[in-house]
Design a protein around this ligand. Structure first.
Ligand SMILES: NC(=O)c1ccc[n+]([C@@H]2O[C@H](COP(=O)([O-])OP(=O)(O)OC[C@H]3O[C@@H](n4cnc5c(N)ncnc54)[C@H](OP(=O)(O)O)[C@@H]3O)[C@@H](O)[C@H]2O)c1
Length: 252
């Protein structure tokens, strides 16, 4: 199916591996031009090559000046940003409610505030053109209880923020949605590390928690992101789409 995305310019923030890298490849396969951002320059360069990206911007999206530079360089190279995908996130172990402020600051900075900042930088251009799509990558643990306390709260906040943006930007023709992945495995990712550390424990987790009997693949989440970015999803805004193989227990 042609998704109608050809020639669109896409900025993916947090895209040197996993879901972001799969997303970059999926957008490229639809004929989009992509710009990728991540902190580690070497990993990013190799990801950009693999995904045929037009631009790679090494920088930290939790830092105002890096975020602004990523948007500036993308606009210089691609001319406009039609689609923004916010993927920066992750947790810091699980110290529960005893988590210190430093943990909360780091988790909120990456899972929530990076997306807030990137959106603030990109949406004026979309608003001016009267079109655009923003996709925020949350988690099933933004929709229901689970995961580290701070991660759970930050991902829920990202879903709430997505809804506010969607309501605000709808009159300007800009759609804003989130996706909520379940557990996604890829080499070098967090589940890969946990599986290496405790193969039997993770086998048990798969049997107990993953109804399909397997982890998700980055490409399966990327497919949902690309669909939500496309004109095929023209009536979908403010939604949070679970991509979890039935892992979550939420009814909504
Ligand atoms: N994997 C899962 O099971 C799963 C499940 C639910 C939700 N998610 C969410 O999906 C998103 C992607 O996760 P993932 O597991 O596919 O990949 P990941 O291993 O979390 O990598 C994320 C990407 O973001 C970059 N990144 C991290 N912090 C950054 C920062 N401050 N500024 C710029 N780039 C940054 C990383 O590269 P550098 O380290 O080089 O910066 C990497 O390219 C995250 O928000 C995660 O919470 C993942």
């Amino acid at each position: 199916m042609d998704l109608g995305l050809a020639d669109q310019s896409v900025l993916l923030v947090g895209a040197s591996r996993g879901i972001g890298l799969a997303g970059a490849k999926a957008f490229a396969a639809e004929g989009c031009r992509t710009a990728l951002m991540a902190r580690d320059a070497e990993g990013l360069r190799s990801a950009a090559r693999e995904a045929g990206a037009a631009l790679a911007v090494a920088g930290d999206a939790t830092r105002e000046e890096d975020a602004a530079r990523a948007v500036r360089e993308t606009l210089e190279r691609l001319g406009r940003i039609d689609v923004l995908v916010n993927l920066v996130g992750g947790s810091r172990g699980d110290p529960g409610i005893a988590a210190p402020d430093s943990d909360w600051d780091a988790v909120l900075a990456s899972n929530l505030r990076a997306a807030v900042r990137m959106t603030r930088l990109v949406e004026p251009g979309m608003r001016e053109r009267g079109s655009g799509a923003i996709i925020n990558v949350s988690s099933i643990f933004g929709r229901e209880w689970g995961g580290a306390v701070s991660y759970n709260a930050a991902k829920a906040a990202l879903i709430a923020y997505t809804k506010s943006c969607a309501r605000d930007l709808a009159p300007a023709g800009v759609r804003v949605n989130s996706v909520a992945p379940g557990s996604v495995l890829f080499p070098g990712g967090s589940w890969d590390r946990r599986r290496r550390a405790d193969p039997e424990g993770i086998d048990g987790f798969v049997k107990r928690e993953l109804p399909l009997g397997r982890f998700g693949r980055p490409e399966e989440v990327a497919a949902a992101i690309v669909f939500l970015a496309s004109p095929r999803a023209s009536l979908i805004t403010g939604a949070c789409l679970s991509v979890d193989g039935g892992q979550s227990r939420s009814l909504f």
